[in-house]
Structures are given as C-alpha cells and as structure tokens.
Design a protein around this ligand. Structure first.
Ligand code: UD1
Length: 416
C-alpha cells in the first residue's frame, strides 16, 4: 500500500491552485447518461473516484475521453443496464446512477454501493423517493434491481436533506411525466451544480439552491459543456493546514462563496484572512485559539467533510474544543490515530472533547478513510519529527495530488 512521508514542523508558506470539486463532478458523470450525445466536462479532477465512475460509464456503453482535466462522455448508445459490482462497491456515489439510468433506460441493476467507512450510510431515502416516482425495486443477493415502466412526477418530502438522494431524485425526474416537487431538498453546492448542468442541457428545474426543487419533465436533453467548480473541501483542507502550521497560504481558484462557515471558524481560531474574487490569503501566525463548541451542519453550515481536518488543527490549539458531529455517526475514527500522535481527544457519542496539547509527535499512522487521511496529513505537518501515513489510496479518492500541492506550500512531504 502506498504511503505519505512527512517531516513535520515546517511553517507552510506559498500559493496553490485548487482542483475541481470531486463531489460536484461525480454527479455530472452520472447526469451525462441522460444526454444522447456528448457531454464535455471541464476542470474535472483526476482522482480515483472519477476513474471508477468512468469505468462504470464505459461498462454500460459510453465512450469516454479524459484529456488533462477535460472529460468527454459520449452516451449515445447505452448498451447495458447492469452496473459492474467491482466499481460500484468502492464508491457510494455510484448510487446516483440509479436515478440517471432509470431516466434514460427505465431500468437498472446495481450492487449495494460502498464508500468511506464513516457510518451506516443507508439508502432508504433514495429508494423511498424513487418509489414515489413509480419505480419498483427488488433486491436479491446484495443487488438492487429497479424498474419503471413510466416515471411519473410526484411530491416528495425528504425527512433529512440528503445530498445524494436529492441528486438521485432530480436525475430520475428530468424525463418524468409532469412535475416533481422535492421538499426538504439538500442545498449543498454539489446539488446546485448538477441542477445547473441539467438546466444547461435543457432540463426544467426551478428553485435551484433552495429547499424546494421543482422539476418539470422534458422529452430530451441536448449536448452540453460545463465547468466543474473548485473543490471547497480541498480548499478548506489547505487553509486548515496553513492554520495548523501557523503559516501564510494563498489559495488561487478557490470557491470563496461556498466557504463562509470555514472562514468564520478560521477567524475565530485567530487566523487573519483576506478574500478577493477567487483567492483567499490566510495568515495563520495567531491561529492558536480553541473552539469552545462547534457542530457540523448541512450547507451552509460547517461541512462534515472538514470535521476531521479541523480536529487535527484543534488538537494543538490553546484550550479545550468541542466538536459535535451531526451528519455521519462514525466520523471520529481518526481520533484514535491522532491520540497515538500525542493528541488528547475524548469521544462520547457524537461529541469529541479536544484538550489542546503543546506538541504532536510524528509516527507511523494509518488512514482508514478519505477525510480522516487528510486530517492525518495535517497532523503530520504540525507534528515534530517524521510521520508515515499508510493508505494513500484513500486520500487519492478526493485529492488529485495532495503531496504536490503541499510541496507548493513548502511542506516536507513525499510519496513512498
Ligand atoms: C455527500 C458527500 C459527502 C458528504 C455528505 C454530506 C458525495 C459523493 N458525498 O454524501 O462527502 O459528507 O454528502 O454533506 O457527494 N442518509 C440516510 N438515508 C439515505 C441517505 C442518507 O439515512 O437514504 C443519511 C446518511 O447516513 C447521513 C446523512 O443522511 O447520516 C447525510 O447523507 P447524505 O447527505 O445523503 O450524504 P451523501 O450524499 O452520501
């Protein structure tokens, strides 16, 4: 298994450009299935989750070309409705192929999706909502088969604003007869982006960015070009790395308007920020304050995906911090590894009590999932001595090249 070696203690200083967003790009790949022709997706990150999605697209008959960061998907002929278990299992986002395939082919069979080990992650809301559009499901040996003679618009209420379920329903509803109304929809930018892509292709979607989405069925979509927004989680990770090392970091091509909750958090920690158009400059010299209480929330609240990286920074803050995780119940796995490095983090149910310590010590640690892995990288940067992080492949699911990017900021970091 590939790993990352870090010699800690360096103050990060420099500038880095932010890659395209993983979570915004993935549903666009599924959405391309709705277009009987070519979709061109610019600024697509070259990360393993995207490569897995490409494999799924190819297995159902799409022709795909990925040159640099430009992805071209020709979905003129869809030849199969069975999604390959091998790729579906590694990535939870494969679930949104259900909505896309139902829209295009009226049927799909898919193995239960995988993804990061950050909680139970059921798909009941996806399935329940799609049933309201007339889809019938049968399950056998961990495979779900979905059929829809005719998809019919309906009113759907989501008890929780699930990002994936909202995306799935929107995709399924694009060609449904009549109007579909989603109440309690997720407002995350990654939902907004797939709606904008579909809209550009000719879909009729109202209420984009609000908790009520209305999708008026259309007959077909046209070929479309679209540019993926920069990744707010990657941008946040690098700002937190800058704050952790009390450094000075300039992000270029950052999704500034999607990052309010993190920027506020960083200011509360004592960082100085200067924000301009699509650039963020952070001076982390005084970013040493603890955060007495914070909780993860749906957008525009503090993203659960940045909770572990934040925890790594707070591990060395001046004082006691409390983090409450409200989205995924199992997202404190990295605390155990941080404690091995000298952190003092105590977990109780969905809360972490973090006593800031003066120093972390470098050692061999193991990434078990994507964002926890990013947290260990931050811990390695601020620790004294050498840290080896096993499980680079988890980190590569979301970060195109975290080693390259952190080197730009002056980190002593290598792949091994
Ligand atoms: C997406 C993101 C993920 C992010 C999360 C929350 C992608 C590829 N992943 O994941 O990085 O952390 O949004 O912003 O975009 N739930 C159910 N039943 C369901 C669906 C969800 O109980 O049918 C629960 C989940 O277990 C979780 C919560 O709802 O506790 C939020 O999940 P959801 O918003 O669906 O997250 P994902 O779309 O999986």
């Amino acid at each position: 298994m590939k790993s990352i070696d870090i010699t800690g203690g360096n103050t990060l200083c420099g500038e880095v450009a932010i890659q395209g967003s993983k979570n915004a790009a993935l549903p666009l790949l599924a959405a391309s299935v709705l277009i009987k022709g070519v979709s061109v997706i610019h600024n697509c990150p070259r990360i393993s989750d995207i490569f897995s999605m490409i494999k799924i697209l190819e297995s159902i008959g799409c022709k795909v070309r990925f040159t640099g960061h430009c992805l071209e998907i020709d979905a003129k002929d869809i030849t199969s409705t069975a999604l390959p278990e091998e790729y579906v299992k590694v990535m939870r986002s494969s679930i949104i192929f259900i909505g896309a395939m139902l829209a295009r082919k009226k049927e799909v069979s898919i193995h239960y999706p995988g993804g990061c080990v950050i909680g139970e992650r059921p798909i009941d809301m996806h399935l329940g909502a799609l049933e309201r559009l007339g889809v019938e499901f049968t399950e056998a040996e961990e495979t779900i088969r979905a059929n829809a003679g005719k998809l019919k618009g309906n009113e759907i209420f989501l008890p929780f604003p699930s990002v994936g379920a909202t995306q799935n329903i929107v995709l399924a509803a694009v060609f449904a007869e009549g109007v579909t109304v989603i109440k309690g929809a997720a407002k995350e930018p990654e939902v907004t982006e797939v709606c904008r892509f579909l809209q550009k292709a000719g879909a009729r979607i109202h209420g984009i960015g609000t908790e009520t989405l209305e999708i008026e069925g259309v007959d077909s979509l046209k070929e479309t070009e679209f540019t993926v927004v920069p990744d707010r989680i990657v941008a946040g990770t690098y700002l937190l790395a800058g704050a952790a090392t009390r450094g000075a970091v300039l992000l270029e091509n950052a999704p500034v308007h999607q990052m309010d909750s993190l920027l506020l958090m960083l200011r509360n920690m004592g960082a100085k920020l200067h924000v301009e158009q699509d650039c963020i400059f952070l001076n982390g010299e005084e970013a040493d304050r603890a955060i007495p209480f914070m909780e993860t929330k749906v957008y525009p609240g503090f993203p659960t995906d940045l909770q572990s990286p934040l925890m790594a920074v707070l591990a060395r803050a001046d004082g006691i911090s409390i983090i409450r995780e409200t989205i995924f119940e199992n997202r404190f796995r990295v605390a155990k590894e941080l404690n091995r490095m000298g952190a003092r983090i105590f977990l109780k149910e969905n809360q972490a009590l973090i006593y800031g310590v003066e120093r972390l010590s470098g050692m061999d640690v193991k990434a078990e999932e994507l964002r926890g892995g990013a947290a260990l990288v931050i811990a390695g940067l601020l620790a004294q001595g050498k840290t080896k992080i096993d499980g680079l492949s988890y980190i590569e699911r979301g970060y195109e090249d975290i080693v390259r990017d952190l080197k730009c900021l002056g980190a002593k970091i290598e792949k091994s």
